[in-house]
Design a protein around this ligand. Structure first.
Ligand code: FMN
Length: 388
């Protein structure tokens, strides 16, 4: 850089400015429909009506776009992150299967986008390694007045209005009420075996601790209400009967979605499905790191960079997850988790035991898991009894 600004510092600092996400689309003379994702879309002038965006000089997509007669800005909605990820690639066929209709000047208007603004090129001028593009607006409309997709610190998110009152979460309230119906079983288990026992519920892509009975010898690191993103390999107990699409959704939350890692997580999931429970081996250093990033994530209002750290630290637990139990061997376990096999229309609950004795022999672990699964089955019966 000419005036010696560190490129990493430039990206890091500018990455702290949030943007919306738009797709610039056009029908290119020879290539058919083309598009590129931009975070640099901006309104410029009302009279005349002008907008701007800044494509990289190196962008292959823009090289195709700029020869079109007209182009459209499509503002993406918060639920269009998968489409955004797809159109942000350099794949030649990235537009295949994307649903759109032509605007008044023929530019692709993406289905389900929040709004579109169709323009002709007013100015394309080089500015460093980018172009400044001004578009003269010919037509525009809001087609779906919903939350837009936002981009911040390299991660996607959505707007939430500032408020002193936490948004009500009906699923969480129902889950807390359901957990109450199995309180006595959970407390009995905790007291009888001197372990910590908690109930987790799946809310969206998070596991939330809604009940705890802590009679174990060590303090439970996470308080009631603790919320943790479900990232592979964790959360497998919530996928006992789920569809391939739900499993893919889970796999996508891993920091590395290479085939090898996906295969590894699928194998671990198969083990959990077959056994009916999950185990985590105690490895203090990795677990402490995991707990530290989870706490930082919660305290940071769930910032994208902390979320990435959570994904990474969770993925590192894969080697500790669901080991093959060899008869006669002993294991230090951090936790055993069993799903509560309740009705499909209810929030999904799981019971987690921590603070287990050290060096448990395989036979004793099997005893624990049988015992826990019986408690979970009784809990499921208690839940449906209450709801009938
Ligand atoms: C959220 C987001 C915002 C982006 N903003 C811009 C942008 O303003 N300008 C740009 O040139 N590329 C931007 N990109 C990158 C392009 O969308 C895309 O990666 C690039 O067009 C693909 O490379 P190609 O055009 O060389 O095929 C952005 C990508 C994402 C994910």
């Amino acid at each position: 850089m000419s005036n010696a600004i560190d490129p990493a510092l430039f990206r890091e600092t500018l990455g702290h400015y949030p943007t919306g996400v738009a797709v610039v689309t056009a029908v290119a003379e020879e290539d058919g429909p083309v598009g590129m994702v931009v975070g640099t879309f901006s309104s410029v002038s009302l009279d005349p009506p002008l907008i701007a965006f800044f494509p990289a000089v190196s962008s292959k997509s823009f090289a195709r776009l700029r020869n079109a007669r007209a182009f459209a800005i499509n503002v993406l909605a918060a639920d269009q992150e998968p489409l955004c990820r797809r159109l942000a690639t350099s794949e030649a066929d990235k537009f295949d299967g994307v649903r759109w209709r032509p605007g008044p000047l023929g530019s692709p208007i993406l289905e389900d986008a929040v709004s579109w603004i169709e323009c002709t090129f007013d100015l394309v001028r080089e500015a460093g390694d980018h172009y400044v593009v001004l578009g003269l607006v010919h037509g525009l409309a809001v087609q779906r007045s919903t939350l837009p997709l936002l981009f911040f610190q390299g991660g996607y998110g959505q707007f939430s209005p500032g408020s002193f009152i936490a948004a009500p979460d009906p699923d969480l309230i129902q889950a807390a009420q359901l957990a109450e119906t199995i309180r006595s079983q959970v407390e009995d288990l905790s007291a009888e075996f001197a372990v910590n026992c908690s109930v987790l519920v799946k809310i969206g892509a998070d596991a939330v601790q809604v009940l705890a009975a802590n009679q174990g010898p060590v303090a439970e690191p996470f308080p009631l209400g603790h919320r943790q993103p479900i990232v592979p390999p964790l959360g497998a107990v919530f996928l006992m009967n789920s569809t391939p699409a739900e499993v893919n959704e889970w796999l996508r939350r891993a920091p590395d979605d290479s085939l090898d890692r996906r295969d590894l997580y699928r194998t671990l999931l198969d083990k959990v499905r077959e056994r009916g429970y999950s185990l985590l081996v105690a490895e203090p250093e990795l677990l402490q790191r995991h707990q530290a990033v989870l706490s930082a994530f919660e305290l940071s209002h769930r910032l994208p960079r902390q979320e990435r750290a959570v994904r990474q630290a969770t993925a590192e637990l894969a080697d500790l997850f669901c080991p093959d139990l060899v008869p006669g061997r002993r294991y230090d376990l951090a936790s055993i988790v069993v799903p509560v096999p309740a009705r499909a229309d209810l929030p999904q609950l799981a019971i987690r035991v921590t603070g287990l004795p050290a060096a448990l022999p395989t036979e004793e672990i099997e005893f624990w898991t049988r015992r826990l699964r019986r408690v979970a089955a009784r809990a499921a019966a208690a839940m449906s009894g209450t709801l009938r």
